[in-house]
Design a protein around this ligand. Sequence first.
Ligand code: GLN
Length: 470
Amino acid sequence: MKTIFELRTAFIAGTYTPTEAITASLAVIKEKNDHLNVFLDVYDYSIEVANVATEMYKKGGELPRLLGMPIAIKNNILIKGKRATGASKILEHYTATYDATVIKRLRDAGAIFVGATNMDEFAMGGSTENSAFGVTKNPLDTARVPGGSSGGSAAAVAMGAVPAAIGTDTGGSIRQPASYCGLVGFKPTYGAVSRYGLMAMGSSLDQAGPMTHSVADAQLLHEVMSGLDTYDATTIAPDTYPTLEEKPTYTFGVPRPFLKEGIDADVLAAFESHIEHLKSLGHTVVDIDLPLFEKGLAAYYIVMPAEVSSNLARYDGIRYGFSAEGKNLLEVYQKSRAGGFGAEVKRRILLGTHVLSSGYYDAYYGKAELVRRKMRQELADVFKTVDIILTPTAPTPAFKIGEQKDPLAMYSQDIFTVPVNLTGVPALTFPMGTVNREESTLPVGVQYIAPLGGDARLFTIGKKIYDESL
Ligand code: GLN
């Protein structure tokens, strides 16, 4: 039993219980976590909650949609009374004082949180190597990374501990690890899901979303988590964007000029066979030109650090977590931040304060925001002729731990994912095939991008293309 829907069916039939499911989850974690380093914390109370859920299934009647489902949560999402570290030393001993909105909604729907997953520090990275608490290994090949920054959440599902996990995506952090671990991952339309209680990285980019084995499961979790929230003024009502019509076949646009150097030949081959598969199902696949999309990486690595530098100013050694001794207030700030943040976080804070400084603001931040606006326009124009944009999710399969030493090489992993966050549109990834590397067969994902508010379209087509093939 792998999916939420399979578990639900068994729970209702009484052939399997939430108590058994949580017991199995905890057993898998116990057996594998020392080696894989996926969970930073495991919640023992989950077994008591599961017993209650088991009783509720016995009684029957109308039961919450996720009742008894074991779910893992990325450790930058606040759960009241639990440690929320963001995988940073600066928050190593910080306990959340309230629930994130997504947590509240998942809990109200009956989900059971089994533990907190490792990640790149404050969600900055693409491999989960930037965690202050050690690297997470990819369960499919432990010499390799699970991707990032939600690598722990991806690994939690891939190792068989949970049917689903929640991640956050600022520039691809749900989709890229899903691709590396053979999973479904979904980044919602910006504003569809509340950011209240998520540790802010890039506030205009961040969204929480599901990582699952099936598109149907991802849809269910998204439906539970999404919706207006008075605690987040950027959340949108369901009717904010026009409803997209459902069609029996779609026109897919492939940004050809974008698929050139730096993309693994085997990934491209898997992508081409996915295109052939779509055509064999009656869909139309056309080439499109998205010249500004290619500027996505450059724009993202200005906008994101700018927002990071401002969002992380709150970690000053006074208000939260780690605090170093100092002769005066300034020294407390300096020593707490110098000792509390890791190298990648510092790099981005420096970059961010630089691009926002008065002498450089227009040259960098202003330009990047302009590119971003034009990208939105370019995208809106393209969506007049195609229904869905199609790309590989990442340019390579999972790479080896320690292999990507140059930060810029690591950033280039985000080439297909960051334009999606910059423009706010939704995107779905699921496995499109495998590639062989040494002894391993590694999954690679395809990315479907829809217009703003087109989340439902992605679920419908994803279920047809992927779930029906399972
Ligand atoms: N890999 C990207 C980065 O390092 C994406 C991070 C994310 O989505 N949180 O910024």
